[in-house]
Design a protein around this ligand. Structure first.
Ligand code: HEM
Ligand SMILES: [Cu+2]
Length: 657
């Protein structure tokens, strides 16, 4: 081995910094494709979508607070719940989780960037394009109103003339494509860009959660894209995929939709569970118990969740045997879910908990999600389901799991990682106020809705008469939603204020174990000047601090002082993360943005039946793809100069000051 003979060089910080920095000016800003920029853009944009969707919910609660209110018309109410559900499900939760993964996974895995940075940037622009398209429907007075699951035949051209559903189908499809792109990116990152020595066995659970989720997105989203395109073709060209009178089948839509829709519920849960697997050990300063059982459960959920979709269709006349199968599967999935929850509850129960704001949100998740799980088991009983189908009991249940499963973990993650993003802590009192208002407000909003369900209040109801016994519960629910909204607002203001003026808190305020905390806050452009070499599941709690032989190997030095302008990163093997090659990643590019704009032109052409415009868009797509792929952007790879197995001793945390 040549380790002894090679001289150890200092990293060339100035070159690294320039190489990984963005280009100046507006072009530089638009052409950014570093994972930290793209991740942060996802986070901020999706937070905005959350506020918007929440505001729509508050308007609905105002309308429902008292009988026969006139805050909205019935038509507007349909648009409100459709846009609320659509924004929450497609434009907030999934993109937010993607943003957190894109920003923090490379830091946690010891990588310098996502493996395909330009495609990563395209994923973000596609998200903005799709969301933008959906929201412009407001200016055309054609806000979608077919519910978040857009059931046919209601959504066919016959029953929904106008552009409303076309905006929905095209906008949502574009965002789905963004999610598919991000998943591919995350899978490649996790498999090929982990720091040397971070074997799969040592990989953080946050990464496992994102790996399973991304796999699920790859299986679940393309059928929805297909279904949406079929329906769009049906609306525009009069095909008959979903038209029973002409030999089609409206249930086809439901099958395709729920093939996506049920896994989607877990797609919105697993990354949150992954966040908690980072937060809870950090706040109890202890490894998570039952690690392998937890990882196995993630994988089991990923598979079984594809065998449940029919439980959304119990009331459609499915044969009894099939009902039994899907009923049983619906119960089965509670087992791995419960394993994970019990591991977390056990960690909290037996640990010395530091009651920080992220920890409070983590516990709020556990409480709320367990309650939602209980009502979920009730809903999964076929006979019970027939009773409460489409009542407020269901609305209450799915908000317990969705809000509990996504929003509380997301806020746990935002409060946990905010110091890494900025080097500052948000005001603690504000955080506590925000937490208690959100937690209490949430329960006051949704607990009474269980009762409303039993009292027969059906969902998607615009208004109701006095004297049904519903009023008091609706008043309480609406009041709760006000508290909830206030709590969210306080959090957002606290983040905004702390961004520049928060209390500086150093690089590792939580004494956490994973690699992102070895970096300065905010992390430097290239993340790791010296690549970390990992020898333990919890690299920063690992006792050893001996210098690692890899520090003197050629590939290690190559990465620390690369040629000017070359964004070098290391590719490692899938299972045991042995260095395999040094790759030069592409940097700055405007092509992802141009491609997005070309696709948008095409979609606008389809939307307004301007087929010339659609063809211009198609040509644009072709041209931008060619431009993107021209040789200057080809990635060049060469073998790592030295690929001996990263061995035993110390994780060398890799940041620079
Ligand atoms: C901010 C607090 C929230 C409030 C006050 C709220 C309130 C509401 C209301 C009033 C409805 C209409 C119920 C109906 O008429 O059937 C609704 C529907 C819905 N909500 Fe929420 N919600 C909140 C958060 C969320 C979150 C975080 C998610 C998902 C992550 C979500 C997903 C949905 C979905 C999917 C629907 C069904 C839409 C449809 O029927 O097409 N909500 N919500
Ligand atoms: Cu389901």
């Amino acid at each position: 081995m040549s380790a002894e003979t090679t001289v150890l060089h200092e990293a060339d910080y100035a070159v690294l910094d320039r190489t990984w920095d963005r280009k100046p000016g507006l072009r530089g800003w638009l052409g950014q494709c570093n994972h930290k920029t793209v991740g942060l853009r996802f986070i901020v944009t999706s937070l905005f979508m959350f506020l918007l969707a929440g505001a729509l919910a508050l308007v609905m609660r105002m309308q429902l607070a008292v009988p026969e209110a006139n805050v909205t018309t019935p038509e507007v109410f349909n648009q409100l719940f459709t846009m609320h559900g659509t924004l929450m499900m497609f434009m907030f939760v999934v993109p937010m989780f993607e943003g957190l993964a894109i920003y923090f996974l490379p830091l946690q895995l010891g990588a310098r960037d996502m493996p395909l940075p330009r495609i990563n940037a395209f994923g973000y622009w596609a998200y903005v394009g799709g969301a933008g398209l959906l929201l412009t429907s407001i200016f055309f007075g054609a806000v979608p109103d077919g519910g978040w699951y857009a059931y046919v035949p209601l959504t066919t051209a016959e029953y929904s003339p106008g552009l409303n559903l076309d905006f929905w189908l095209l906008g949502v499809t574009f965002v789905e494509i963004s999610a598919i792109v991000a998943s591919i990116e995350i899978i490649v990152l996790i498999f090929r860009s982990r720091a040397p020595g971070m074997t799969l066995a040592r990989m953080p659970i946050f990464a496992w959660a994102n790996l399973v989720t991304s796999g699920m997105i790859l299986a679940a989203f393309p059928p929805l894209v297909a279904a949406s395109l079929l329906l769009e073709v049906e609306r525009k060209l009069g095909t008959a995929f979903f038209d029973a009178a002409r030999g089609g089948d409206p249930l086809l839509w439901q099958h395709l939709f729920w093939w996506f829709g049920h896994p989607e519920v877990y797609i919105q849960l697993l990354p949150g569970l992954g966040i908690l697997a980072a937060v809870i050990p950090a706040m109890t300063r202890r490894r998570l118990p039952l690690r392998w059982l937890v990882v196995g459960s993630f994988i089991a959920i990923g598979i079984v969740s594809f065998a449940l979709w029919v439980h959304h269709m119990y009331a459609t006349g499915i044969p009894t045997q099939a009902l039994q199968f899907f009923g049983a599967a619906s119960f089965m999935i509670t087992i791995p879910t419960a394993v994970i929850i019990f591991a977390y509850v056990g960690a909290v129960w037996t640990g010395h908990v530091r009651w920080t704001v992220p920890m409070l949100f983590a516990v709020a998740f556990l409480v709320v999600f367990i309650l939602g799980g209980i009502t979920g088991v009730m809903v999964a009983v076929v006979a019970f389901n027939w009773q409460i189908h489409d009542t407020y009991f269901v609305v209450a249940h799915f908000h317990y799991v969705l809000f509990g499963g996504s929003v509380f973990p997301i806020f746990a993650g935002l409060y946990y990682w905010f110091p890494k993003l900025t080097g500052r802590q948000p005001n603690r009192a504000a955080g506590l106020w925000a937490f208690w208002l959100m937690f209490i407000g949430f329960n006051v909003t949704f607990m009474p809705q269980h009762i409303l369900g039993f009292l027969g209040m059906t969902r998607r109801l615009w208004t109701y008469e006095a004297g049904l016994g519903w009023t008091i519960w609706n008043v309480i629910s609406s009041a709760g939603s006000g508290l909830l909204g206030l709590g969210v607002l306080i959090s957002v203001v606290a983040f905004a204020v702390a961004w520049r003026r928060g209390e500086p808190c150093g690089d590792d305020p939580w004494q956490a174990s994973s690699l992102e905390w070895s970096l300065p806050s905010p992390p430097p452009n290239e993340n790791f000047a010296h690549l970390p070499v990992v020898t333990d599941q919890e690299p920063r709690w690992d006792a050893g601090s001996r210098p690692h032989p890899h520090e003197t190997t050629a590939w290690y030095q190559e990465l620390a002082s690369p040629p000017e302008g070359q964004r070098e990163a290391v590719l490692t093997t899938v299972a045991d993360a042995r260095p395999q090659a040094i790759v030069v990643l592409p940097g700055h590019s405007l092509w992802p943005l141009w491609l997005t704009l070309a696709i948008l032109v095409g979609l606008v052409g389809v939307l307004f039946d301007l087929y010339v415009v659609a063809i211009v868009g198609l040509v644009g797509i072709f041209v931008t793809l060619v431009g993107w792929l021209l040789p200057d952007s080809l990635v060049d790879a060469r073998p790592a100069a030295d690929d001996d197995a990263p061995g035993d001793p110390a994780a060398t945390g890799g940041g620079r000051r």
